[in-house]
Design a protein around this ligand. Structure first.
Ligand code: F7E
Length: 330
């Protein structure tokens, strides 16, 4: 069989790293779209993922996407690129709409206008932020593929546009465009701007005497947190399925930030985190998603997907990683 080729947008992100490793192990030739002139992450990606061929391009620049698709000639396109930080999206809503929303349309169009509508499969990174976590649309056993959407941020709204335009291309042009509705997924590669990694990095630094306090926003919101390595396997499985569809990936458990904090500090032998944690309004959002809980039954039944890392396991591996990284600073 000929070697399969994949193009990943968002190659510098957490999921881009995990997915390229998986695709490389599966024998794919992997291309990654990298944004900007002299992107500071380029050297890190080249060192960490030496088998990935980088192509310059930007989700807001259709010409660059057409060139990227022509260069890679991919069997599969994974559209992971986005402005993905919810707090940042409130401060930069127009940019978020352009990249996270309209960027999806640009990717789909690049595939279609280059004559690849039938040959190329597209994976769209949809998100649990599309649900919004409000009482009226919250099912008891978790959001599923049929649940109502009520996004609560410019990020969630832009992702919902991306979700629907992806479905529209599936229905209008018969394109294989599959949408993974992924709940929060974390790990060693998570950016420091997200709450889990911010906590595990600070816990390691506090333990090693490199930092004295940690500033956080609200601690009561709850998330369905899984491990990113498990979730990219789900992305790949749904792209191999015989038909394009929507699939929720989640753990089916929800935990508060306070629970994450407690477990993370306990990992380094600190039972009371209160002296170290300060509240800061700077990390609060104009509208909050109170609780997210997903029901992954469809992906489990149809794709045979199952997450392997549980909540304590996730916290443990993130703290262990950050302890190892931060120990190099002492
Ligand atoms: O916030 C609260 C914050 O930024 C989690 C993205 O991957 O998952 C992610 O979105 C919670 C929120 O992730 C801080 O208000 C408190 O309630 O880690 P986060 P997120 O907003 O859930 C979804 C599925 C995506 O699709 C997104 O792309 O933690 N929180 N204090 C804080 N959050 C941050 N970042 N920093 C704090 O200091």
């Amino acid at each position: 069989m000929a070697q399969r080729t994949a193009l990943i947008t968002g190659i510098t992100g957490q999921d881009g790293g995990h997915l390229s490793e998986l695709l490389h192990a599966e024998g794919y030739r992997v291309f990654g779209l990298i944004r900007g002139q002299n992107n500071p992450r380029q050297m890190a990606v080249e060192a960490e993922l030496p088998y990935v061929s980088l192509i310059e391009g930007d989700l807001t620049d259709m010409t660059s996407l057409v060139r990227a698709v022509d260069t890679a000639d991919p069997d599969e396109v994974y559209n992971l690129a986005a402005i993905s930080h919810v707090g940042y999206s409130f401060k930069n809503p127009t940019l978020t709409a352009d990249v996270t929303g309209k960027g999806v349309l640009n990717v789909l169009e690049a595939v279609r206008v280059t004559g690849r509508a039938e040959a190329t499969r597209v994976y769209q990174a949809s998100t649990s932020e599309m649900f919004g976590g409000l009482d009226y649309n919250r099912p008891g056993n978790g959001y599923n593929e049929e649940s109502l959407f009520h996004p609560r941020s410019p990020y969630g709204v832009a992702k919902l546009y991306g979700h629907w335009i992806a479905k529209n291309y599936r229905e209008s042009y018969g394109m294989f465009v599959t949408c993974g509705i992924l709940f929060n997924h974390e790990g060693e590669r998570r950016g420091l701007e997200f709450v889990t990694r911010k906590i595990t990095n600070a816990v390691a630094r506090i333990k090693l005497g490199l930092q004295s306090t940690l500033e956080l926003g609200d601690l009561w919101p709850k998330r369905d947190w899984g491990y990113a390595g498990d979730y990219v396997r789900g992305m790949w499985l749904m792209t191999q399925h015989h038909k394009a569809d929507d699939f929720v990936l989640a753990t089916g458990e929800t935990h508060s930030i306070e629970e994450f904090l407690t477990l993370a500090f306990a990992e380094v032998g600190i039972d009371d985190w209160r002296p170290y944690v300060k509240h800061s309004a700077a990390f609060m959002r104009p509208a909050e998603v109170d609780i997210l809980l997903g029901d992954p039954s469809k992906a489990e039944d149809i794709l045979g997907w199952k997450r392997e890392v549980d909540f304590p396991g996730l916290v443990r591996r993130m703290v262990a990683h950050d302890l190892a990284v931060q120990s190099r600073h002492i």
